[in-house]
Design a protein around this ligand. Structure first.
Ligand code: ATP
Ligand code: MG
Length: 308
């Protein structure tokens, strides 16, 4: 596949500290891709290398089959850095127009796009508001708008969802999905693995500077072969579990029991066994969450799709 970004064995160290240890992954155009991993995994370092603001010690980055050389190859990209950079005293609308102008838009184009974007982000009534008088989440949306104002084909966003309320998260991800559906390449990072599992189609999960999982979220969750049986029980009795080889307790808080059921065990038999000892108030069958997959992958269990 030549369409999209290809990261090929990228290595980077800060002095003795290896931040990226041969990370390899593919980010297609036309889909929303999450770059996930815990704090310190190397996400920001990788994004800065993608952008060309940091030079890798080794490895290559390709876009649509063409190797990227320097920062000029990425001039038209949209970037939202993790450390935000808005002018506090500038008004929201003027700020967006300014960033649009920096990317070469005429004043009229920049103003039109800024108005459309602020409307899309439900900040239309804040055009004349000083940036430092917006709430934290609003400033974050404005920061996102500065990355999108010039209509970039490649959009790289570092932790765009951090600190946002659930409605804003949903609104922002819908907006990013629309950009992806229009053919853009959109990649964002997040350390909140389970927050994003419903937001993006594809993920690249990194840990200690390496790719540990990559592929479509639904395929990865299904491919593990594991299911989670959630039971809300009226009894604290758990002895009945002993009859099931390989069924593992994921969590057991108050009346809520969460079990990992391996491929060879019928979850309905487990449910029946629970009902035989006491009332089952609620139950559900779920796929493992991304953080559960991450924990399994980080501990060396093989649950991954081949890294493309
Ligand atoms: N400028 C720097 N100088 C020295 N070490 C750095 C620098 N930037 C990052 N590192 C180190 O590189 C590793 C990866 O950091 P990075 O910021 O890429 O992680 P991250 O995945 O973005 O984490 P977070 O979720 O906390 O944002 C960490 O061990 C970090 O301490
Ligand atoms: Mg980071």
């Amino acid at each position: 596949m030549s369409d999209g970004l290809r990261v090929d064995h990228v290595v980077h160290a800060f002095g003795d500290r290896v931040a990226l240890d041969g990370v390899t992954c593919q980010v297609p155009s036309g889909r929303l891709t999450g770059l996930l991993g815990p704090n310190g995994a190397g996400k920001t370092t990788l994004m800065r290398i993608l952008l060309g603001v940091l030079t890798a010690d080794g490895g290559e980055v390709w876009l649509d089959g063409r190797r990227l050389a320097d920062v000029h190859d990425r001039r038209a990209w949209g970037y939202m850095p993790q450390e935000r950079g808005l002018y506090p005293s500038m008004k929201a609308g003027a700020q967006l127009v300014h960033f649009g102008r920096l990317h070469g838009l005429s004043r009229e184009q920049a103003t039109r796009r800024a108005r459309d974007l602020l409307g899309e982000l439900e900040l239309g009534d804040r055009w004349d508001e000083r940036t430092d008088r917006l709430s934290g989440g609003m400033q974050q949306r404005l920061q996102l708008a500065t990355a999108l104002v010039h209509g970039p084909q490649v959009v790289v966003l570092d932790e765009p969802f951090a600190g946002l309320d659930p409605v804003a998260v949903e609104q922002l991800s819908a907006m990013l999905r629309r950009r992806a559906e229009d053919g853009c390449l959109v990649v964002f990072s997040s350390h909140q693995l389970d927050l994003v599992q419903d937001l993006c189609e594809d993920i690249v999960m990194v840990d200690h500077g390496r790719t540990v999982l990559a592929g479509s979220v639904s395929r990865l969750r299904a491919a593990s072969g594991q299911r989670r049986l959630r039971l809300q029980l009226g009894s604290a009795e758990r002895g009945w579990l002993d009859a099931f080889d390989g069924v593992r307790v994921v969590s057991d808080h108050a009346d809520d029991l969460r079990l990992a059921v391996p491929p060879g065990v019928d979850p309905l038999r487990v449910l029946d066994a629970a009902r035989s000892v006491g009332p089952v108030l609620d139950f559900g069958l779920e796929l493992p969450t991304l953080s559960e997959l991450f924990l399994a992958a980080a501990s060396g269990e093989r649950v991954r799709e081949p890294v493309r």
